[in-house]
Design a protein around this ligand. Structure first.
Ligand code: NAD
Ligand code: IPM
Ligand code: MN
Length: 355
């Protein structure tokens, strides 16, 4: 019996709704598999925790998390209670940084039964490899002066190591897929970082003669996501470009509530963290209508990470079938609740494996 110890952080808002039902799905996966077991330990670290303790997690929070095989997180952010930059830098970004989760993998694909807003959504299937530890998300800078002279400075930091790492990851991934990597650049507009980004991309691609490449400015690339997403296989993007592209990725599938993500630690020193693309959705919290698919597909990415790809693919097929049969939440045109969608996925998992 293989046992996986998973730290669970439901976080804020709909994180508290989509995480519990996803754990039920994972329990069902373990049950039908028979040879794996999850040991979930839940932590209440969130904006509510901040209100009570003055911090997003205890001082030894990272020490506690370090011993787990992975972290399964919902979403962080409740601007009514805590300012976003405090909440996010105190938990989510802190974990990504301290645990060297340098790559964020974010797939988007045409999904049976989903009403994409695109005129021609047929069969797109792409993965954004988002650089996850540096770039535009830097603490370097600050606010100076007061009054009318006040200004804010934000420095982006692109290291050769970090940039190469993201690109190598993208090329290796493309070799296992359709052999194509697109670089998201802006060398016409972001003066120091993006010409550098292009240079590194051109160097790295020399090592992968069997992989085709393309390079588009991020503005044009964002438009291509809407007009012809089928041209993309793997896209490598900086931290902020990747962030924005992947909300578009969710939107062209039909809802941002579907898009999954995995923050990967490559050196094996720390756990990786699995959390969907979407946030805590304060506008729908408490209504029982949050789409659980983003979180459940994220659970599938965690299964892949644990080497359980076969069950992972089965789970994704079932998610797609359930959606196609109209059991879906209102954001994608259905009338089902968060629970109903997840329960149906569990029911079909049991059925599929018992036949
Ligand atoms: P959001 O992703 O929470 O919501 C954007 C829109 O998408 C909302 O209308 C929301 O209802 C809808 N939506 C999101 N997930 C959904 C789901 N599963 N089912 C149905 N509809 C869904 O983005 P936002 O409104 O910009 O941010 C809200 C809060 O979440 C902020 O505090 C923000 O900083 C935080 N946030 C956290 C994460 C994270 O923890 N990974 C990611 C993004 C935003
Ligand atoms: C995401 C989120 C975060 C990010 C925010 C909440 C800091 O938007 O995971 O996509 O920008 O990385
Ligand atoms: Mn985002």
């Amino acid at each position: 019996m293989k046992k996986f110890e998973v730290a669970v952080i439901p976080g804020d808002g709909i994180g508290k709704e989509v995480v519990p039902v996803s754990l039920k799905v994972l329990e069902t996966v373990a049950e039908v598999h028979g040879g794996i077991k999850f040991d979930f330990q839940s932590f209440p670290w969130s904006s509510d925790y901040y209100v009570e303790h003055g911090k997003m997690m205890p001082d030894d929070g990272l020490k506690i998390l370090k011993n787990f095989d992975s972290i399964f997180l919902g979403a962080i952010g409740n601007p009514a209670l805590v300012q976003d930059h405090i909440a996010l830098w105190g938990l989510l970004i802190k974990i990504r940084r301290e645990f060297e989760q340098s790559i964020n993998i974010r797939p988007a694909k045409y999904f049976k039964g989903l009403k994409s807003p695109l005129v021609n959504p047929n069969d797109f299937d792409l993965i954004v490899v988002r650089e996850n530890s540096e770039g535009e998300y830097s603490e370097v800078g600050g606010r100076i002066h007061k009054g009318d002279d006040e200004l804010a400075i934000q420095n982006a930091i692109f290291t050769k190591k970090g940039t190469e790492r993201a690109m190598h990851y993208a090329f290796e991934l493309a070799k296992k897929r359709r052999g194509h990597v697109t670089s998201a650049t802006k060398s016409n507009g972001i003066f120091h970082s993006m010409p550098f980004w292009d240079e590194v991309f051109n160097e790295v691609k020399e090592e992968y003669q069997d992989v085709q490449t393309a390079s588009y400015h991020i503005d044009a690339l964002a438009a291509f996501f809407l007009t012809r997403p089928q041209i993309f296989d793997v896209i490598v993007a900086s931290n902020l470009f990747g962030d924005i592209l992947t909300d578009i990725g969710g939107a062209i599938m039909g809802s941002i509530g579907i898009a999954p993500a995995a923050n990967i630690n490559l050196n094996g020193k720390y756990p990786s963290m699995f959390e969907p693309v979407h946030g805590s959705a304060p506008d729908i919290v408490g209504k029982g209508i949050a789409n659980p698919i983003g979180q459940i597909w994220t659970a599938k990415m965690m299964l892949d990470h644990f080497g359980e790809e076969e069950l992972g693919s089965k789970l994704l097929d079932i998610i797609e079938d359930v959606t196609n049969d109209g059991i879906k939440t209102p954001d994608i045109g259905g009338t089902s609740s968060t629970e109903e969608v997840a329960d149906e996925i569990c029911r079909r998992l049991k059925k599929a494996v018992s036949v």
